[in-house]
Design a protein around this ligand. Sequence first.
Ligand code: C5P
Length: 237
Amino acid sequence: MTAIPPAGRIIYALDVPDLAAARAQVALLAGHVGVFKVGLELFVREGPGVVRMVHDAGCAVFLDLKLHDIPATTTAAIRSAAALGTRFLTVHAEALAGMPVKMGEIAPGLAVLAVTALTSLDRAALSAMGYKAALCDPARLVLKRARMAFEAGCAGVVCSAHEARRVRAEYGPGFIIVTPGIRPADVSTDDQARVATPAQAVLDGADYLVIGRPIRNAPDPVAAAAAIAAGIAAALG
Ligand code: C5P
């Protein structure tokens, strides 16, 4: 993939309750991060208006809806997201099973990324959901779903930095890897269990890093984003 500037690799999670709060965050951080992630909380409340607001600020959107439905419904929702002009859209890897068309053919220009396994799922939770023993290892499940994503024509995956190196080795430089669970070394891990520093994540092959609280809760969010970008730049030499 062509070189992405360090700050451009930061996907900032707009985990705020409403449009006004989102607008303030975009005004503060536009130019200091690459992409703004609009998730379920904000999208369910504000709808496409929040996507338009980010676009009006000249920034790109990562629409994190983790779609999971029958192929016809998922395909229609992908087209709806493409019509909004978002750069990235997430679908749940389980929604790829039985998909009759390649993801890249549904909406050329929209990067559809598969969420491999929610980081909230541990071995016990996967077992309780009925997964056979071999797939109760979250890392193995992620790798299996990365294969599903690749074969379904997804532009890439969302996975933990801990699996990024193996996904990169398996699917090469053109497959986009987005990793959440990123924490600078001196910052609280909050509720994230399997964390990595920004430098480690890019060294392991991540193209983009989803980062929310380490920037939002910092005393100076712009300085925090700049420090993260500097760490990425240093790691990539
Ligand atoms: O950096 P912070 O922990 O605040 O970022 C959390 C964001 O990353 C949330 O928006 C969450 O939805 C997202 N995310 C995650 N783990 C995943 C996928 C997405 O934490 N596996």
